[in-house]
Design a protein around this ligand. Structure first.
Ligand code: SF4
Length: 82
């Protein structure tokens, strides 16, 4: 695995589609901390107020096989390889 997964917290709405589609349990949902909330931009804060504070985190990134399903399925286009 040469790449890293980046989840844009300003775009993620925490619906868990990445969890559902990842074959290797890379993702976990949790509420963002106050510091993480403070780091969001205006639109990210607005989305969080509408959708809630739960967002996705790639906690088991070492399990990723670069299949790309999470990127393909995320309707918010919040996930990318970097
Ligand atoms: S690329 Fe595939 S294995 Fe890697 S996190 Fe996304 S869905 Fe999971």
């Amino acid at each position: 695995m040469n790449k890293t997964i980046n989840i844009n917290m300003n775009k993620c709405d925490g619906d868990g589609i990445c969890l559902t589609n990842c074959p290797n349990q890379v993702f976990e949902l949790r509420e963002i901390t106050t510091d993480e909330y403070d780091s969001l931009n205006f639109l990210g804060k607005f989305k969080t107020k509408i959708k809630g504070r739960v967002k996705s985190f790639a906690v088991n990134f070492e399990n990723c096989v670069e299949c790309g399903l999470c990127i393909e399925k995320c309707h918010e286009r919040a996930i990318q390889f970097i």
